[in-house]
Design a protein around this ligand. Structure first.
Ligand SMILES: Nc1ncnc2c1ncn2[C@@H]1O[C@H](COP(=O)(O)OP(=O)(O)OP(=O)(O)O)[C@@H](O)[C@H]1O
Length: 264
């Protein structure tokens, strides 16, 4: 866990609390005083037209970027200065808009790599199989196989990740993120490039992950998926928070509708 102190005044039921978060890139305000919080166990959709600032927000929650101003607290602890690898250990995992798997490793090996933050052996032992680490490796393999079963990828366990169809690679990214045993999982456009059948399966998987108690943030351009999966939705536009509410409230919000129409 992070060594930072709990932030006073943040109820424990909130897993993530973002206050007045601001990030500049040159003259562009990619995040302009964004504030919202996420209760444990929910799915929070994060939507907005292209360039709204969704990925930048994910990058700040996961320690890739440090905010120029404002606060981010995870489980009541200030994480503004916590490096990315420590945030994974603390329980924040993510997937990326563009699939990032080790394409010349099998799917099972990819999951084992994702698991290394929870094992003593670490990355190289997971990959090179040092004999002293065999027992831990057996346990890790069992857990990896369970995860592949959970995500419906069992049949692909020993295939090279790079040989899998795009849809399976996207699911594999989620499986690998789950391998780090997150409390908060950030999904960046998980449905991009999926066909309707794959998108339906993704929806089922998101529900299963939610039932397992993991809180999620979902950046997605597939509005039906976001509205179906989310308990609440935060809308960004040009770096500002435009609206926050239930899917029903967001669907009726005029500012949201005109932002989408205005942007294209
Ligand atoms: N590393 C960077 N350097 C400079 N500008 C950046 C950087 N990352 C993001 N931006 C700018 O910040 C703004 C927000 O970008 P961001 O990628 O967060 O939007 P987004 O909502 O994720 O968009 P999309 O839906 O197209 O992925 C954009 O104007 C973008 O050009």
């Amino acid at each position: 866990m992070t060594q930072s102190e709990p932030t006073p005044g943040i109820p424990a039921k909130q897993i993530l609390d973002v206050q007045n978060l601001t990030k500049m890139f040159g003259g562009v305000k990619a995040q302009d005083q964004i504030s919202f919080s996420i209760e444990k166990g929910i799915v929070c959709g994060l939507i907005g037209p292209n360039g709204a600032g969704k990925t930048t927000l994910f990058n700040m929650i996961t320690g890739i970027y440090q905010p120029d101003a404002g606060k981010v607290a995870f489980n009541g602890k200030d994480i503004r200065k916590t490096p990315a690898h420590r945030l994974v250990k603390a329980g924040i995992a993510r997937t990326f808009q563009h699939v990032e798997l080790f394409s010349s490793m099998t799917l099972l090996e990819n999951i084992l790599v994702g698991m290394h933050v929870r094992t003593q052996a670490g990355f190289w032992a997971a990959v090179t199989r040092i004999p002293a680490m065999k027992r831990e490796e057996r346990q890790s393999r069992r857990r990896a196989e369970e995860l592949l079963e959970f995500t419906g990828l069992c049949a692909d366990a020993h295939k090279m990740a790079g040989d899998l169809p795009a849809g399976r690679q996207k699911t594999a990214q989620i499986a690998r993120a789950l391998a780090s045993e997150p409390l908060l999982l950030l999904l960046d456009e998980p449905a991009a490039g999926l066909n309707p059948v794959e998108t339906h399966a993704l929806g089922k998987l998101i529900q299963k992950i939610k039932q397992s108690g993991i809180t999620m943030m979902l950046v997605e351009h597939d509005m039906s998926l976001v509205m179906e999966m989310s308990d609440k939705v935060v809308v960004l536009d040009q770096g500002k928070k435009l609206a926050e509410g239930t899917p029903r409230q967001i669907q009726r919000n005029e500012a949201v509708m005109s932002a989408y129409l205005g942007n294209g």
